[in-house]
Unconditional design. Structure first.
Length: 356
């Protein structure tokens, strides 16, 4: 009973340990999955923030490059009257649209608090700047007597004043040069740059802040992932050590004892204890049965003396050249004893004689 109780206590502790390992592993796995998901989300946010940062920087550069390109073309046209410069200007303005696309890019990343102010200022300055450029182009086209069919639609829609129409061609060209070289023109350009620069700087600052926050958060999630992975590895090693100590080693030891037909030690987990107790009982019972079968096969069931099978075994195991004696004993009138006194008395006589 004591051994059985010990087995129950040991089994209970192992069962609790196994349940704890399973529950703990499941919890850690769930937490690790959540951390991996959060790390992936943080990485995506970090990637988006970096993409926004690059897009805004590129957009700001495109606005400067496109504005400078347009200025260069309109000034070349004002000073040379070359229609190629005019075509280059409107190709950039209507086809490539780098400045417009850049403004739209910045606008898409701005929050609602600054978007309206940004659009109002940038678009307003851009509109005023283009009016000056269209004005200058109209004066040059008028002065050079270019066919109106060649006028771009934006320039064709711009109307000169009566005083400007009355100017000589030289005066129109001179005015066209002044318009695109004046302080007013440069101020409008600077205002566009400043407007874009102000909001781009704010957007870049916010984007950099998001990058730093997401980078720090991603690093923390990576550290947590490493810790959880190490914990899972430790649990795995503990489980391997536990299995080796309480299952694999006892099984190897017991298998050798079983081959040698030895009794198994009753220790270890409840399952091993139960198996050892049952095996030992079966082994002992089998040994008793084998001994009984061997005895019955070599002894007379009534008198208990050895029978012929023992004689044959002994005969084949001794040196046949030695002297061997064999006594044959007969009981006279034994049948009359059975008939007169019964078989039980006859059996008793046989037992008595065998004992002698």
């Amino acid at each position: 009973m004591k051994e059985k109780n010990v087995g129950k206590v040991t089994g209970f502790r192992l069962e609790v340990f196994n349940i704890f390992i399973i529950v703990f592993t499941v919890i850690v796995t769930v937490v690790l999955s959540f951390v991996v998901y959060m790390a992936h989300s943080t990485y995506e946010e970090f990637y988006d923030a970096t993409k926004e940062y690059i897009a805004c920087r590129t957009a700001a550069e495109d606005i400067h490059e496109a504005s400078d390109y347009l200025t260069k073309q309109v000034r070349n046209f004002a000073y040379s009257g070359n229609l190629t410069s005019l075509k280059n200007y409107f190709k950039e303005a209507n086809v490539d649209k780098r400045r417009q696309k850049a403004l739209e890019t910045i606008d898409s990343y701005l929050n609602e608090d600054v978007k309206n102010a940004f659009l109002e200022s940038a678009v307003n300055y851009s509109f005023q700047l283009m009016n000056i450029e269209y004005h200058s182009m109209r004066l040059v086209l008028e002065a050079n007597g270019v066919d109106m069919d060649l006028y771009p639609e934006e320039v064709l829609n711009y109307e000169l004043t009566s005083a400007e129409k009355a100017m000589s061609n030289e005066e129109k060209i001179e005015l066209a040069k002044v318009l695109v070289s004046s302080t007013t023109y440069d101020n409008y350009k600077d205002n566009i740059y400043n407007s874009v620069g102000t909001y781009t700087k704010e957007l870049l600052s916010e984007t950099e802040k998001r990058e730093r926050e997401n980078s720090a958060l991603f690093s923390r999630y990576q550290q947590i992932q490493m810790i959880l992975i190490i914990v899972l590895l430790c649990v795995l090693l503990i489980n391997v050590a536990f299995t080796s100590t309480f299952l694999i080693r006892p099984l190897r030891r017991n298998s050798k004892l079983i081959v040698n037909k030895d009794l198994l030690p009753v220790k270890g987990p409840a399952e091993m204890r139960t198996f050892a107790v049952l095996y030992n009982k079966v082994l002992e019972k089998t040994k008793i049965q084998q001994e009984k079968l061997t005895y019955d096969a070599s002894h007379d069931s009534l008198t208990g003396i050895q029978n012929r099978s023992i004689f044959d075994e002994m005969y084949h195991s001794i040196d046949t050249t030695a002297h061997i004696s064999l006594a044959l004993i007969d009981i006279d009138h034994f049948k009359s004893i059975n008939d007169t006194h019964g078989h039980e008395i006859g059996d008793g006589v046989l037992k008595w004689l065998a004992s002698i």
